[in-house]
Write a protein that binds this ligand. Structure first.
Ligand code: PMP
Ligand code: GLN
Length: 414
């Protein structure tokens, strides 16, 4: 095999999703809704494929179906308070995954350093490495408050520690807000610290905002690209899968200034070329509808987070009831909780000495309790896994019946 994929064979999603399916476990693991997307996007998809016209079954524009880039530019232009060029500032990709991949391939060179904030969505690390870059890690640390930190907002960057990670080799920092797996939603002041460092060092910010609509308790999602001077330094990444609860559609995008985005387009045109036309057409309809209802009670972007907030609170309550300590997320699909209070006899685990405790715990829980989650140390670098092996990640974007089944398992634990 090629050296660039050395050591990347294992994948947390393949491993744990398969195990959950094999054991028919109640699945609060992989992040996807176990319910349908809203009717308006489903209908739009059906319409896109049912019409007499052949056109939506054929190739479309490489960098994004015209209807989609047009509405994305209008929608995000309004949100960001700037003119967004549908042709030069947007690249539509096969999910946010491909947007991330194209961005790293296009902008990170051999020997460049890329700062990753722990915990981070796992694929950032192999993507940096495949581009020839070196990942440099900086952790979010739980504030040493009295008692345990209870909210994702208590997990913060130390500004001095962060500054110390920027060197003359730093090409970029990856930001993920709302964060997966923690649910942290960065405040404007926190983003300003990152932005100042990017500007000072001429570094880029790759801002993964796939959960931008999923914020709770009045938290505000701020786009770092809207901070003074940051548009020129930022590639913002989004996902229609997350936006419209249709993760299997695999439509995503990268957005940014021409001088950066054109290089991501170069990668895309030479590998994927374009993403499914009908799916792009349906997503375009979805955004058109949301633009029409912007800020109105009918808006899915307003309604859906309210439903999710209830699911989040419900899950948090059942965890508390069994003596677990949830870290309340301000946003995103997930909640992490401390497992040290849960009794588990892991002696049957064969690779006891190699894997972090949370990996072994989750495997044991899937097999013995029929409940699937994701170990949080999967979102840490090899050096730091051992320091964060007492948490698991629960996905709460699930039917109430699924949450109820999980609740039952937890209640009957001992
Ligand atoms: N970034 C983050 C933080 C994610 O959690 C995910 C998984 N949904 C992705 C990117 C990939 O998104 P997509 O499914 O659109 O490829
Ligand atoms: N982003 C989703 C999660 O964090 C799923 C990623 C995947 O399945 N590859 O659960």
């Amino acid at each position: 095999h090629a050296r660039r994929i050395e050591g990347m064979e294992k994948n947390i999603w393949l491993e744990f999703t398969q195990l959950a399916a094999d054991c028919k476990a109640v699945n609060l693991g992989q992040g996807f809704p176990d319910f349908s997307p809203p009717d308006f996007v489903k209908k739009a998809f059906v319409q896109a494929t049912e019409g007499e016209d052949f056109i939506l079954h054929q190739y479309t524009r490489a960098f994004g179906h015209p209807a989609l880039v047009k509405i994305l530019s209008r929608f995000f232009g309004k949100i960001m308070g700037r003119q967004i060029d549908p042709l030069g500032n947007i690249l539509v990709t096969v999910g946010a995954y491909e947007a991330l991949f194209c961005t790293f391939q296009a902008l990170v060179d051999e020997g460049d350093e890329v700062i990753l904030i722990e915990p981070f969505f796992d694929c950032y690390e192999p993507m940096v490495k495949m581009a020839g870059g070196h990942a440099v890690y900086v952790p979010l640390r739980p504030k040493a408050a009295q008692g345990a930190a209870l909210s994702s907002s208590d997990w913060v960057l130390d500004p001095e520690e962060l500054a110390s990670k920027f060197t003359k080799h730093t090409k970029a920092i990856v930001l993920n807000t709302p964060n997966n797996p923690l649910g942290k939603v960065y405040k404007r002041e926190e983003l300003q610290v990152i932005a100042d460092l990017c500007v000072k060092h001429g570094a880029l910010c790759i801002s993964d905002e796939v959960y931008e609509w999923h914020v709770y308790d009045g938290a505000e999602h701020v786009k770092i690209a809207t901070l003074p001077g940051m548009w020129e330094h930022t590639i913002t990444i989004g996902s229609a899968g997350k936006t419209f609860s249709a993760t299997g559609w695999k439509v995503g995008w990268a957005m940014g200034p021409d001088h950066l985005l054109k290089h991501a387009q170069t990668v895309h045109q030479n590998c994927v070329y374009h993403c499914a036309t009908a799916a792009q057409e349906a997503v375009a309809h979805g955004f058109q509808r949301e633009l029409d209802y912007f800020g109105k009670p009918e808006s899915y972007f307003l309604q859906f987070p309210r439903q999710l907030q209830q699911k989040r609170s419900r899950l948090a309550q059942s965890l508390l009831a069994v003596g677990m300590q949830p870290i309340m997320p301000e946003g995103g699909y997930f909640l992490i909780a401390d497992i040290s209070t849960l009794k588990a006899d892991l002696q049957d685990s064969s690779d006891a000495n190699q894997e972090p405790y949370d990996y072994r715990f989750v495997k044991w829980m899937i097999k013995n309790k029929g409940l699937a989650t994701i170990p949080v140390s999967a979102f840490y670098s090899a050096e730091h896994k051992k320091d964060f092996e007492n948490y698991v990640r629960f996905c709460f974007v699930k039917e109430d019946s699924t949450l109820c089944a999980a609740e039952k398992i937890l209640k009957e634990w001992s």
